[in-house]
Design a protein around this ligand. Sequence first.
Ligand code: SAH
Ligand code: SF4
Ligand code: F3S
Length: 480
Amino acid sequence: MYNDNPTLEGVKLDLDTGRHNTPLGEERQGEILEMVNSDAQKKFYIESYGCAMNFSDSEIVASILSSEGYSSTKVMEESDLILVNTCSIREKAEYNVRQRLRIFEKNKKKGALVGVLGCMAERLKKKFLEEERLVDMVVGPDAYRDLPNLISGAEEGEKGVNVFLSKEETYADIAPMRLDTNGISGFISIMRGCDNMCSFCVVPFTRGRERSRNAFTVVAEARDMVDQGYKEVTLLGQNVDSYKWENPENGEKVSFAQLLVMVAEVSPLLRVRFSTSHPKDITDDVLYAIRDHHNICNYIHLPVQSGNSRILDLMNRTYDREWYMGKVDRIYEVIPDCAISTDIITGFCTETEEEHKDTLSIVEYSNYSMIYSFFYSERPGTLAAKKYEDDILLEIKKKRLSEVIEVYSKVAFEVNQKDIGQTFEVLVEGISKKSDQELKGRNSQNKMIIFPKKGGVAAGDYVNVKVTEASRATLRGICL
Ligand code: SAH
Ligand code: SF4
Ligand code: F3S
C-alpha cells in the first residue's frame, strides 16, 4: 500500500491500538470493518479511507444496512455489496481508491454491487460513474439514509448518484454499529462539515456546511458506550471548537466547552478526547474544562499548517505566527502538562526557504508531542488551486517535509525525556505488539506507554505506570 505520510512510523502505534487516537489529519489506509448479524441474508463489505470522520460514518452506514437485513463480511469476494468510503484530501488518497476499484472488479462475486461513498463521491459526483464504469452507486457523506433506495435501484440495473449536501443532516438518531472495535475506545461525531475555507482544503466542498448535532443525543450515545463497557470516547468534528447547538425547546445554547463537560460528567471512568481544534476557535473555556476535569484528556491536536505569517495568510488560516504561539503559550499556562500535536503542510504555493524555516522553528517552539506532516497536494476547485500557482518542485516539498520530521524527532525525544521518573494513569489497551509479555496503553497526553505485564491487569483497566525510558515515539515504564 502506498504511504505518502512519512510520519507514519509514529502513526503506526495508533493504528495498532485503535482508531480513537487518529486525528482528522491522518489518512488511514483501507481498513476493513466488520460486525456480525447472523440472521442476515445479504452481505456487505466496507473499506474505509481517510480521517476518523469517515470511519465513524462507516459505522452509521453499517447501522443503516443492518436495518435493511445486511450483515458485514471481511471477505470482499463473498459480499453482495462492496462499499468504499473514500477520502479526497490529497491526490494520492484518490489514486489509491481507483486502484482498489480495479481489484474489486477482478475479484468480486458475480452480480455484486459496488458503491463509492464519502468525500471522493462528493467531489466527483456523476463524473465518477463516467470515469469509473465499475461503480454502481455514488453516495456523498450526507446521503447515507438514501442507500437502501440506491441499492434497490442498482439491483434493477439503474446506476444511482446521491450527493446532496444537507444543511441539517447529523445522523443524530442513528446508533452507530460499532465496527471492528476494541471495546475500549470509540468515536462520537458531534458535528459535520466545515465553514472555514482554508485555501488548500477540499473538505468544505466534500462535507458541506458546518452543523452541530443535538447535545443530548451526544450525551446519550456516550452513556450507551459506558453501559457497553467503553472507557474512552473521542468527540469528532472538522472543527470541534466551533460546535454550537441551540435547544429548540428553550433556546438554551450549548458551546463546545459545555458539551465536553456534559460528556465528561457521564462517568468519571470515561476518558474524553476530541479532534480537531482550529487554533482560532479554541477558547479558554475549553482549556478550563480540560484543567478542571480529570477525565477530559490533557491533549490538544492544534494544526498549525505553517509557521510563517505570509503563508498562513495565503492559506486563509485567519491567524498569524505570533497569534498561534500565543495560543500555545496559553495552553501550557492553563494546563502545564498538556501535550500538543499538529498538522503541517510543506511546500505550499510560493513558500520560500526562509518561510519554511519559520515552520521548523515553530515546531521547536511548540514542543509538539506528535506531528502529522504532508507535502502540499493541489486539490481541484479549492481557492489555492484557483488563485495560486503550485510552484514548489515536488523534490523541494519532500525535502522540506523530511526537515520538518527531523526537527520534530529531536523535539519529541526531548519532550519525552521529561516524562522519565513521572507516574501516569494509563488506560490499558492490550498486549504490546512486540512482546506478549508486555502491555500497552496511553496516558492522558495520548502518549503510548509500554510496560511489563502485571497479574490481574487487563485491557480496559486504568493503572499507574512510572516511566523509566523514553524514545521519540514511545515511553516505557513499570506498573505500580
Ligand atoms: N479540519 C482539520 C483538518 C482536516 S484535513 C483542521 O483544520 O485541523 C487534515 C490535514 O490534512 C490538514 O490539517 C492539513 O494539514 C492536511 N491537508 C489538507 N489539505 C491538504 C492538501 N491539499 N495538501 C496537503 N495536505 C493537506
Ligand atoms: Fe479544511 Fe480548514 Fe476546514 Fe480543516 S478547518 S477541514 S483544514 S477548511
Ligand atoms: Fe476526511 Fe478525507 Fe474527507 S480527511 S473529511 S475523508 S477528504
